[in-house]
Write a protein that binds this ligand. Structure first.
Ligand SMILES: CC(C)(COP(=O)(O)OP(=O)(O)OC[C@H]1O[C@@H](n2cnc3c(N)ncnc32)[C@H](O)[C@@H]1OP(=O)(O)O)[C@@H](O)C(=O)NCCC(=O)NCCS
Length: 198
């Protein structure tokens, strides 16, 4: 039994778990973080909390097995996170100032990097996709992406982008295979983008 479902708020624990279990370039990042929730607060929580019907999860007999979270409009998503998502987390997590991975995520919470206007205009949507090892390599990543891209196309969205680590060869190969191309360099990786038919 394996299903793709539209995510609800009940998917938060499983999606947070998947996030940390895949965050070290596809491998388990649990040992790299003192607070296991920080990655989810940055890369999963706001998408599920805001909803809007495009958040997808994979579930099987063992529970949550993967997600594709996204927004169709990065600029309005960033405005929403600024008013509705980050403030409570800023109170929870004061800036610690050490160089740890947790500290870098807390810095992200306090000063989230904004997507350059030119990229948000040409590629308004963005996404994060992470599958647990047990369901990788069987076509589910493509299935989730095809479903999202069809939905974005139906909404008239011009394009979609995502960030990927330079060390994550598997993900870069996957995105490249689906037609994404590098559109900008970032510290430690790049942004890849795909224009959608309108
Ligand atoms: C990256 C990831 C989402 C891909 O999902 P997946 O289910 O493993 O990929 P699929 O089996 O759906 O592959 C889809 C297609 O991409 C191809 N593909 C997958 N990885 C590839 C690679 N590294 N290089 C070239 N092609 C690749 C497959 O051959 C397949 O081709 P086809 O459909 O034309 O036959 C998944 O492996 C994953 O979650 N990895 C760990 C977390 C991660 O790194 N997330 C990305 C963070 S930016």
């Amino acid at each position: 039994m394996l299903r793709i479902e539209v995510a609800g708020i009940h998917d938060l624990p499983g999606a947070y778990r998947t996030c940390i279990l895949t965050a070290a370039d596809g491998q388990d990042a649990t040992a790299l973080h003192r607070d296991p929730d920080l990655l989810g607060h940055v890369y999963v929580g706001p998408y599920l909390a805001r909803g809007l019907g495009t958040q997808l999860v994979i579930v099987d007999e063992a529970g949550h097995a993967g997600y594709l979270v996204s927004t169709d409009d990065t600029a309005s998503f960033e405005a929403w996170t600024e008013s509705a998502w980050w403030p409570a987390l800023r109170r929870r997590y004061p800036r610690p100032g050490d160089g740890s991975r947790d500290a870098r995520l807390i810095e992200h919470i306090h000063a989230p990097p904004l997507t350059p206007a030119a990229i948000a205009a040409e590629y308004p949507a963005h996404l994060h996709i992470d599958l647990l090892e047990r369901v990788r390599g069987t076509g589910l990543g493509r299935l989730l992406m095809v479903r999202l891209l069809a939905e974005l196309t139906a909404r008239g969205v011009a394009g979609v982008h995502l960030g990927v680590s330079a060390e994550n060869d598997n993900a870069v190969g996957f995105y490249d295979h689906l037609g994404f191309r590098e559109i900008a360099r970032e510290p430690g990786g790049s942004l890849m983008g795909l224009r959608l038919a309108r």
